[in-house]
Design a protein around this ligand. Structure first.
Ligand code: SF4
Ligand code: SF4
Length: 188
């Protein structure tokens, strides 16, 4: 089985090989993929699909009746199918990301993240090989900083929503609010 996620373009491991090419580990199956407002915006545009079609909502309950917040959070994640990400497709034992051009930021960053401006490797990663951290940072630093910014943007946006609307607003109202925020930030 080969997993083609093409997550990190030409970043290499310490032996000079691109780790995802020979990977037999399904990071796209193991994780719930959390997304932020910018991810949802890009996926919606790229797929020409309403967010409701591909999103699960965590940290909120009864959202078909309106959003009831739990601990003030609204976490959005990609829906799953067959025990993996819904955008993972298998053909003849080869797995492929069908949204590669606009895949979520976490998929591009994995198994790294920026924390307070510093590149860190996540705990307990699934990659069967060691990544070359310096090489990864060189290739991905622009993306990683942008990703960090987008998560902060999402946190602020959720805080603003909670302060203004709190509970009992519909999911589609929240998603519209969120996408409008992204759009106005992109074109301001
Ligand atoms: S587990 Fe790591 S090496 Fe394997 S496909 Fe995912 S990111 Fe690539
Ligand atoms: S969006 Fe693509 S890269 Fe991310 S988990 Fe799904 S299939 Fe994997």
């Amino acid at each position: 089985m080969t997993l083609i996620v093409d997550s990190h373009d030409s970043s290499h491991n310490k032996t000079g090989e691109f780790p995802c090419v020979s990977c037999h580990t399904d990071c796209c199956k193991e994780y719930v993929i959390f997304v932020n407002a910018h991810d949802v915006y890009r996926l919606s545009k790229g797929l020409q699909m309403a967010p409701e079609k591909f999103l699960e909502i965590y940290g909120a309950k009864d959202y078909s009746l309106g959003i009831n917040l739990e601990e003030g959070l609204i976490d959005l994640a990609l829906k799953q199918k067959n025990g993996g990400c819904q955008f993972l497709e298998e053909t003849k034992d080869v797995f492929r990301c069908t949204v590669n051009d606009f895949k979520p930021g976490v998929c591009k960053s994995y198994p790294f993240a920026m924390k307070n401006g510093k590149l860190i490797q996540m705990d307990k990663i699934m990659c069967p090989v060691d990544w070359d951290l310096a090489e990864f940072e060189k290739m991905m630093v622009t993306h990683l900083k942008k990703d960090e910014f987008e998560w902060k943007f999402y946190d602020e946006l959720v805080k603003e929503w909670n302060a203004k609307h709190g509970e009992k607003k519909s999911l589609s109202e929240f998603l519209k609010f969120m996408l409008d925020k992204v759009e106005s930030s992109l074109f301001s």
